[in-house]
Design a protein around this ligand. Structure first.
Ligand code: RM4
Ligand code: MN
Ligand code: MN
Length: 430
């Protein structure tokens, strides 16, 4: 029997903090009431908010230079599911996980689905992978996949994406996320227009294989591994592709996939306006695709993104149904701790955005009261909404303090015994 944190243990740990939480929650409730905000409504909305965790995120990541594996790392997708379930057990914010194929390929998907159900987690969007060669693969993706100059390689990449849809259908997923690393490293190496044509040609074949109730998420990224040109480098290329492919294609925003200082929330606003926002890969970034923990470096940016989302939902924006996923790499932390904190940071940004006094903000904007508008906006960001998050978690059976409970349970030490290290494990982004 593999170790799971006993529910009773979570209850005992919560009991130690319950009185303090009740006090803090009541105090915040009256503070918010003075501003005309009903804390119960905000708490309900936060409780209903979910974000998917990436199966590849529960393994230790790495940089181009090294990977430092930790004890008790998941050795297979079954182990990964256990860790994802633990993250959800304590945070109650991550009921689904997003698989990556072929990393999470198994011979029996019914068994995998059964295991997930037993653990109380489901599957979110399936991620295809044509940025590396799978063992035994016939043709190489060294010079591209969906946009390779040779038709046979493009066909192989299309077939891989179709296989991902088939696997996802068995797991109850409803979306395929496609990030292509394709591009060029030298000016002149490829024809910028032709590469885009090939992308559209290949993706329309993938699109044609989507079940009726599926969507495809097109993920753009500025650079890496292609350092001169990437085929789907920005939201403009992504939107052009989505519009060419059809209504089931939308644009996914990975927060780390933009140039430094780009106004990501404005990109989000534009995609919402176009009715084409697929959703997010949350992480944080200082320079590029750093894959830092969500909200760790720039929580204000995360808040600004959520402000656009809450605004869109308040306006009843059309075709607005974003999928929320985390996509980050954990190089120096326990991945379970990182993912729990990140899920809570996403909820925090959402809760803060719900506090923005939209009527007052609109009035200040109409009067061109720049400082007044900014202060209103900032007031929501600096509010400490922790008691709301804690209350939502504990009501749902999660931990008031997930990190403390996780550490006290010694989950990782249990897993280190159960999961002797194996060579060539597919954990993490390596
Ligand atoms: C990419 C991109 C994809 C992710 C891979 C591992 O930079 O963010 O979403 O699947 O990394
Ligand atoms: Mn991503
Ligand atoms: Mn990335």
């Amino acid at each position: 029997m593999s170790y799971r944190i006993p529910e009773a243990f979570v209850g005992e740990e919560n009991a130690k903090l319950a009185a303090a939480l009740a006090e803090d929650y009541a105090a915040l409730g009256s503070r918010l009431a003075r501003r005309g905000v009903d804390i119960a409504t905000v708490t309900e909305k936060v409780a209903a908010f979910a974000v998917a965790v990436p199966t590849w995120g529960v393994g230790t990541g790495g940089t181009r230079f090294a990977r430092f594996p930790g004890p008790g790392e998941p050795r297979s997708v079954f182990d990964k599911l256990e860790d994802c379930a633990t993250i959800h057990q304590l945070t109650r914010a991550t009921p689904t996980c997003s698989p990556h194929i072929p990393w999470d390929k198994v011979s029996d998907y019914r068994e995998l689905l059964g295991r997930a159900k037993a653990l109380g987690v489901g599957f979110d969007a399936v991620n295809s992978n044509t940025f590396q060669d799978a063992p035994g693969q016939r043709l190489s993706y060294k010079f591209g996949s969906l946009t390779h100059s040779e038709k046979a390689v493009r066909d192989q990449a299309v077939a891989h994406n179709v296989e991902c849809i088939e696997i996802g259908a068995k797991l109850g997923s409803k979306a395929l996320t496609v990030w292509v690393a394709d591009g060029s490293n030298f000016p002149g190496q490829s024809n910028l227009n032709r590469a885009f044509d090939w992308y559209l040609e290949s993706m329309s074949e993938v699109y044609a294989r989507l079940p009726d109730d599926w969507r495809v998420f097109l993920e753009h990224k500025l650079h890496e591994p292609a350092f001169y040109s990437t085929v789907i480098s920005d939201w403009g290329s992504s939107l052009m592709a989505a519009q060419a492919l059809g209504p089931k294609a939308d644009c996914l925003v990975d927060l780390g996939h933009h140039a430094p200082n780009v106004n990501i929330e404005q990109i989000v606003a534009r995609l919402i306006r176009a009715g084409r926002l697929a959703g997010f890969h949350f992480n944080d970034s200082n320079y590029g695709d750093d894959d830092l923990d969500t909200g760790s470096a720039d929580p204000f940016r995360l808040f600004r993104v959520f402000n656009e989302l809450v605004d869109a939902s308040a306006r009843g924006a059309a075709n607005f149904n974003p999928a929320y996923m985390i996509d980050q790499s954990h190089n120096v932390t326990d991945p379970i701790e990182s993912l729990m904190v990140s899920a809570m940071e996403v909820q925090r940004a959402y809760a803060q955005a719900l506090l923005v006094d939209r009527a007052a903000l609109e009035a200040a904007q109409a009067e061109n009261d720049a400082m007044g508008a900014h202060c209103l906006f900032k007031a929501a960001f600096v509010a400490d909404v922790s008691p709301i998050l804690m209350q939502a978690r504990s009501r749902a059976g999660g931990a008031i303090d997930p990190i403390a409970v996780y550490r006290a349970s010694k989950y990782r030490a249990h897993k280190a015994k159960e999961r002797p290290a194996v060579q060539g494990s597919s954990s993490g982004i390596v």
